[in-house]
Design a protein around this ligand. Sequence first.
Ligand code: C2E
Ligand code: MG
Ligand code: MG
Length: 472
Amino acid sequence: MNDGYFHFIILSLILLLGIVLCAYIIQMHKFNQKLNQFTDRDTITDLWNINKFVYEVSKVLIENKHQKMNYAMVSININKFRYVIENYGYEYGNLVLKQLAVSLTKMLPSKALLSRHNGDRFVLFLPFDNEHDITDYLSKMYIKLEYCTVDDFTVRLSYSSGIYLYKLDHHEQSSTISEKDIYLSIDKADLARAQAKNTVNSYAFFNKEIQKRFMNEKMVEENMEHALSEKEFIIYYQPKYDIFQNKIVGAEALVRWNTKTNGFLVPDVFIPVFEKNDFIIELDFYVLEEVCKLIRYWIDHGISVVPVSVNQSRNHLRKNDYLKRLDSLMKKYQIPKTMIELELTESAFMDLDNTPQFMNDMSEMGFLVSMDDFGSGYSSLNMLNQIPINTLKLDKCFLNELADGRRTSIIMKKIVEMADRLNMQVICEGVENLAQVEFLKSIGCNYAQGYYYAKPMPVDEFRMRYETNLFR
Ligand code: C2E
Ligand code: MG
Ligand code: MG
């Protein structure tokens, strides 16, 4: 082999290697692009997924930090989309979402960004000049997207949106906006949307009031676990009176939160948050266990015992192990079931598909149940006939309305009569003055609870009041 031929072969080999390497690099690049596209995209709508969306929003904010531009984060929700799923199926629902994504993309203003967050929720990052631009855009969008046709079949949809406006300092602050802040702005738009929720084609702006609620919710969520283990939840007891004998016959356990940094909180501040995140399950069992310990203590020390009622959240009714957990707690402290009454708010009974069966199980296991806040919502008298309830607790709204005329007094009288026939006890809550007590006596209602007699109080105070039979 001569030298020239040898060089030719070596050069050809190098060229071939170069071509193969180039082809390989191009293929890898394409593959990476595909991979990126796959991981950056929502599989149903092919829009950006939320991570990519947040990344792109942060890029826009940083790139335009010196420009005088306003931005809004908008969270858009399809009202009652679950009906579409229930009626037409999951697959059809996905096709509707896909179709909406196409329509939304078509009407997207320039420089706006769009993503599907999850479920039936879209998020939109929108540059704007003045706030009317946003609401005008949403109103037009609601009209355009009212009818959605998939496979020759049309569904009619309505929407609700929440809007969070970025307040940027155009000099330097925008450069400090992190991805965490952007996720937070989506949360804020979501919170505003919850205000507008299920009102047809509505929108709401995030404002100070919502901000306050949001901060409270955050504070509650961040501290709740610690508070439970540190025993920051304390129980107050409000006496229940026999109004004919002027005697304490029981108590209701009402929880309070003695926080280290935010003072003494009443249930309205934290119970709704716990009901949302399900922490109420643990709190209610904590309260119940504390009450069991107290009753055990009374029994062991020969102190006369009064029945105590505890409030039970509606969330329990969807837990399969609820009755079992209740039962084992009572057994652990050997508490006679007649010593504890479970208060369930009226509307909780309406939530359940199988209420009568559930209540029968409860009754067969020997638990005493009181229907709390009776009359505050849609009371079903028919239901009272179907489910075993031991006590009917008349809501305070009855007493408020009493002053307005005869009708309320007639209704209350009839409820007491009916409860009596159905072997239920009746107690009226929120009793604040003597006139109300006299009225309750006149209609044969035996029991009352309210500020007229006593406010909720610490256990020692309750005990003293009970032992001295202190009346008011
Ligand atoms: P509820 O069970 O209907 O309790 C009665 C509420 O009315 C209590 O408020 C009580 O302090 C208040 N109250 C009593 N007498 C009067 C009166 O004469 N006038 C007025 N205006 N109010 C009166 P509180 O303690 O703030 O509790 C509010 C609600 O929080 C309770 O309503 C109950 O639904 C819930 N809650 C309290 N503790 C617990 C708990 O341990 N678990 C659960 N799941 N809910 C609880
Ligand atoms: Mg109650
Ligand atoms: Mg009540």
